[in-house]
Design a binder for this molecule. Structure first.
Ligand code: GUN
Length: 313
């Protein structure tokens, strides 16, 4: 009797362990950190060649308003990366009490500052400042964030100039691993102006059959299950379940969140998704580093155009 109880307890234990253990990893990891590092080396090499040929070193103004802790970390990383590649970064830190008029006046000055090639205003802004007014106040030729309606319009019309950093970073990542979106069934989860919408335009430009899901999408699981190429920028921790992932798909997770037990997770349930997908981005070390590397490459691009070293299209 005692033996049989012991046996049953052992079975339950094994079953419990099976149900809660991490499913085996099937996907290959897309190492955004390494891809970003090679892009940064390229940018650094190009900048040193320009400077050696007598051109001016590219300059980036990085504007931070207030003290959102996540924004402070992002801005610190951006400034440090500028140093790594030889971009001159100029810091403008405004207090949370700064008015919209003060910020717009700063942007007007930066638009006219000859040594500044790129202007980045870290988002989100305090609620009393209109993000729209700020984005539109940046000279499109210096809009290294690629968020000005002119630059988004150029992308929508298939003639991109400066392209939004995160979506363009994803495209570069796909190129690096040899995944061509052309003809693929792509699904973007999230329709924000900074990521989801420009991401959909990038995928459309790259020839993917593109669906955008958002808060009113009726059956998200069914849409995700159809995706050969899935890009998630929903802003909700682990909301895309691994069981929804189409086998052998490519999964790009743009989300990053800190959990109560101090772990970083994305918008996708990673382990279960990695058991099904062919390729997947880790969080951290996936899309995040690519966003910064693309910002630097955009700054170089803007500088080259502004210095007349390449004709504007
Ligand atoms: N905050 C989160 N993502 C971004 C981005 O791509 N650009 C800017 N300026 N702010 C952000």
């Amino acid at each position: 009797m005692a033996a049989s109880i012991h046996f049953r307890a052992g079975c339950e234990m094994r079953q419990y362990k099976w149900m809660t253990s991490t499913p085996p990893m099937h996907a290959r990891l897309i190492d955004g950190k390494a891809i970003a590092q090679s892009l940064k080396l390229e940018v650094r090499g190009a900048i040193e060649a320009l400077v050696a040929a007598g051109a001016r070193r590219p300059g980036l103004a990085v504007v931070l308003v207030g003290n959102n802790p996540a924004s402070e970390v992002y801005v610190r990383n951006k400034r440090r990366s500028c140093e790594e590649v030889g971009v001159v970064s100029v810091a403008h830190d405004l207090p949370a009490s700064a008015t919209e008029a003060e910020l717009l006046a700063l942007l007007r000055r930066l638009n006219y500052e000859p040594t500044i090639d790129g202007i980045l205003v870290q988002l989100p802004l305090p609620p009393h400042i209109s993000g729209r007014a700020v984005i539109e106040a940046v000279d499109p030729a210096k809009d290294v964030d690629g968020l000005h309606p002119y630059n988004l319009g150029r992308l929508a019309q298939r003639e991109p100039l400066l392209r939004a950093c995160t979506p363009y970073g994803v495209i570069k990542m796909l190129q690096h691993i040899g995944v061509a979106p052309s003809g693929m069934r792509a699904v973007v989860v999230g329709a924000s102006s900074i990521v989801g919408r420009p991401m959909a335009l990038e995928l459309l430009l790259a020839g993917a059959t593109t669906t955008v899901c958002h808060t009113r999408t009726r059956d998200l699981a069914a849409e995700v299950a159809r995706a050969e190429l899935l890009v998630v920028a929903a802003g909700k921790p682990q909301m895309v379940l691994g069981a929804w992932i189409r086998p052998e798909s490519v999964v790009i997770d743009i989300g990053i969140h800190r959990t109560a037990d101090n772990k970083l997770v994305g918008d996708v349930e990673f382990a279960a998704a990695a058991a099904r997908a062919a390729w997947i981005t880790p969080v951290p070390g996936g899309v995040g580093p690519m966003t910064i590397a693309t910002l630097l490459s955009n700054t170089l691009e803007a500088s080259v155009r502004r210095q007349g070293l390449k004709s504007a299209d």
